[in-house]
Design a protein around this ligand. Sequence first.
Ligand code: HEM
Length: 549
Amino acid sequence: MHIPIIVVLASGDNPVWILLSKPILAVFRFIFGEIDIVKYGKPGWESKDKYKMHEKLGDAVVHVSPGHNWLYICNPAAVNDIFKRKDDFDRPPELLEVLGVFGPNLSTASSPFTSGGTYKLTKWQAIGADWQRQRKITSAPFNDKNNSLVWTETLRQASEVLQFWKTAKGPITTTDIDTRTLSLHVLSGAGFGKSYSFKKSAEKAKEGHMFNYRDAISLILENCLLILVLGPRLLGKMAGWSIFGNWSRIGQATIDFKDHMTTMLIEEKSAIATGKVRSPTITNALIRASEESNAATGGGFKGLTEDEIYGNIFVYNFAGHDTTATTFNWALYLLAAFPDVQEWMAEEINAVLGDREAEDVDFRDVFPKLNRCLAVLYETLRLWNPLLGICKSTFLIPQPLTVGEKTIVVPPDTRIIPNSNAIHTHPRYWGEDSMSWKPARWILSSATSSPSSQLNAQAETFKTFPKGSYIAWSDGVRPCPGKKFSQVEFVAAMVSLFRRHRVEIVPNAGESVLEARERVKKVINDNVIVLLLQMREPKTVGLKWVEVK
Ligand code: HEM
C-alpha cells in the first residue's frame, strides 16, 4: 500500500488479546517503555490518541498484526467514499455475529454465516439483499410519529429524574445510573410500548414472570457480554437452579424477555387483523411494516420472520441504550463544568418555548429551532464517542481508495477504520481549538444582536461540516437508524432539565469552585471500555440541581 506501518502484537478484535492485553502490555512497558507496540496495542487507544498518530504519520496508517491488518483513515473525502461504497467496504459480519443471540437481525443480516455460506468462499455482494430487506423494514418505525412519542416520553421521564435529583439529600453521585434508567425508560416506552415510572423503580412482573419487560431487558443489557458468550439457550436452562446464582436470574430474564416479545407480537398482529391503530412504537411499526411487505409481494417473502423480529427488538435495544445513556452522562458533567454553556442553552430553550410548557408544544414545531441543545449533543459526541470507531472490510477483493493526493490499493480482508476520534479532533478540520468543548462552533447566526437584545432563535442555524468530517452516527449507505431518535431524546431531556434548573458541581472539602470544575474535566477525560467507552470514575463527582429564580 506504500503507507506508514505500525507493528502491533495482535489484531484488535482478537478476544484472547482483549482479555490478556493488560498484563502482556504491562511487561512490555516495564522492559521497553511506551513504545508503539504498547501505545497502540492497548484496547481503546484511539480515544486517548485522538489525531496524534495521523498528525505524525499521515492520513492513512496501517497497523500490521499476526491477525488482521487495520487501516486507519483520517481524511473526510476518503471516509465519505468508504461509506458510499457499501459493496466494496462493509462491516465484517463476524464482528457482530454474536448479536444474533435472540435471532438474526439488521446487524447480522448480511452475514454469510447466517445464510449458510462460508465467508471465505462467498462473494460478498451477492448477500447484501438480506441486509436491504431488514433495513427497509426496520427503518420504517423511525418517523415523526415515533419521534413525537420519543419527545413526550423523554419529557416525562426527565422531569421525574429532575424531581428525584432536586429532592436528593446530599450530592448526587448516581448520575450515571439515573441517566441509564432514563435512556432505558425512553427506549422501552417510545420504542417498545412499555412505559415505566422513574419514581416507582420496583414494578411487579405479570403472573408467570419473574421480571417485567424493563427489568428483563435491563438485566440482559447489563450482562450482555455473558449472554453473548454463553447464549440465551444455555443460560435459560440455568433458570430456576439456585446453584447457578446470578446466572440463573439472567437465564430467567432471557426467558421472560422472549415471552414479552412474543406477547407484543401477538397483540400487534391481532390489532392489525381487527383494524385497530395502536401506539407508533418501534415494535408495532416493525411488525406492521413486515406484515404489509408480505401482503404487498403476493407470494415472495419480503417481511421479517418471527425470529428476525425478536432479533431486531434485541439489537435496537442493544444499540440504542448504552450509546445514549453514556452520552447523557458526559454531557451533564460537561454542562456542570461549563455553566456558561448551560446559560447559553437555556437562553435558547426559553426563547423558543416562550410562555408555553414543553408538554404543550408540537415537537415538529420546536425541535428544528433548538439548535443550541442539539449542538451540545454534537459537540459532546465529537470529543467523547461511546463507539471507538466504525469498522469496515475489503472482504475478498482488493479495493482502490484515494486518500488525499494518493490512491492506494487496499488488500483483501483488511480492516478499515474511518478513525472518528482523529477526524473529529484534527485541527485541519476543526481549527486550533479542536480539542476544546465548544458547542457554539455548531451554530451559524445571521442576527446582528447586541448583548441586551433578546435571542432570535430563528436567526440561528445549524452549521454543517464537509461530508466525512463528522461521523458520530456513521454515514452513507449504512448509518445509524436511531440517529434522529437519539437527537430528539437528547434535546427533549435538555429542555426538561434546563428550562428552570441548573446543575452544579459540589466541591470537595477545601476545594474552590474552579478547582472542582478542573477536577470534573479530568474525570470526563478518564475513560474506560466496558461494552462501549464510558467514564471510569463518575461516582467521584457529586452534582446538585438548583432552581433558577
Ligand atoms: C448517541 C446515540 C447514538 C450513537 C452515537 C449511535 C451511533 C451509531 C453508529 C456509529 C452506528 C454504526 C456502527 C457500525 O457501522 O459499526 C450505529 C448503528 C446502529 N444504531 Fe446507533 N447510535 C446511537 C443511538 C441509537 C439509538 C437510540 C438506536 C435505536 C433506537 C440505535 C440503533 C442502531 C442500530 C440498530 C444500528 C445498526 C445498524 C446496522 O447494522 O446497519 N442507535 N449507531
